[in-house]
Design a protein around this ligand. Structure first.
Ligand code: 6PG
Length: 240
């Protein structure tokens, strides 16, 4: 596990971007499963603010680790957030964007997206392998859209699963645990004091945490697990 703590979100975003550029220097094209919610929003704004050519976006095919089951122009849509904060600003070509169709029936969309991933990505034993899976952590210990009250979905044999947010009841589509752990690199981007307790539990006592939180079951077979966290999210680790 590689854990870096940053004093500001800007430092976190620029360090993660430097890490991404190292991955882009290793191969012609990479596939990335984006996380949703508010944390990546500032990263996308940062990427959009970079000088032209700082990142060769043509080297990346964009997928998602999860999506809310809403239309693509809905305020809750991860795709809409990414389009507004990144794609529209960098003029990203549509042919490299593979969104989850939140407007579809969840179980059907989980199946469709799973098939699409098998077509678009290299697979090992039928499990598609992303170059990078970006993840956040919810203050309840969820990751992607795999929630503690549906831990069995982490273990699903399916590539993508329909899930339900425990509070809002919002239906979602998420990668299953085996796809997350098949990725060449998994990156947690975690900010904010409301994540500090879960960060401490997951890092401090992973076996116990893995019985309760999907985020604690993120253990990529590649061993390439990276944590980019800010000092607020790290404050129970460092005691500050
Ligand atoms: C989503 C995300 C989800 C997110 C966490 C953290 O669709 O909401 O994929 O897993 O990463 O809920 O969200 P914040 O970054 O907003 O705290």
């Amino acid at each position: 596990m590689n854990l870096q703590i940053y004093s500001t979100i800007d430092n976190l975003n620029s360090s993660f971007t430097a890490w991404l550029k190292e991955r882009l220097a290793e191969k012609e094209e990479i596939t990335i499963a984006l996380s949703g919610g508010s944390t990546p929003q500032s990263l996308f704004d940062y990427w959009a603010s970079l000088p032209e050519g700082a990142i060769d976006w043509r080297q990346i095919r964009f997928f998602w680790g999860d999506e809310r089951c809403v239309p693509p122009d809905h305020p809750e849509s991860n795709y809409r957030m990414t389009r507004e904060h990144l794609f529209d600003k960098i003029g990203m070509s549509q042919d490299k964007i593979f969104r989850i169709f939140g407007e579809n029936e969840p179980a059907e969309e989980a199946q469709r997206y799973g098939k699409l991933l098998q077509q678009e990505l290299a697979s090992r034993n039928g499990v598609p392998m992303f170059d990078i899976v970006m993840l956040g952590i919810g203050d309840d210990g969820h990751t992607a859209s795999l929630f503690p009250h549906q831990m069995e979905l982490w273990e699903s044999k399916a590539i993508c699963v329909p899930t339900t947010h425990p509070v809002s009841g919002r239906q979602r589509v998420s990668l299953s645990g085996k796809v997350i752990n098949a990725a060449r690199n998994v990156v947690f981007l975690v900010t904010g004091t409301n994540k500090a307790e879960k960060v401490k539990e997951i890092i401090g006592n992973p076996e116990e945490a893995a019985t309760k939180y999907p985020a604690a079951r993120v253990q990529p077979e590649s061993g390439n697990l990276f944590w980019f966290i800010d000092k607020q999210a790290a404050r129970e680790l460092t005691g500050s």
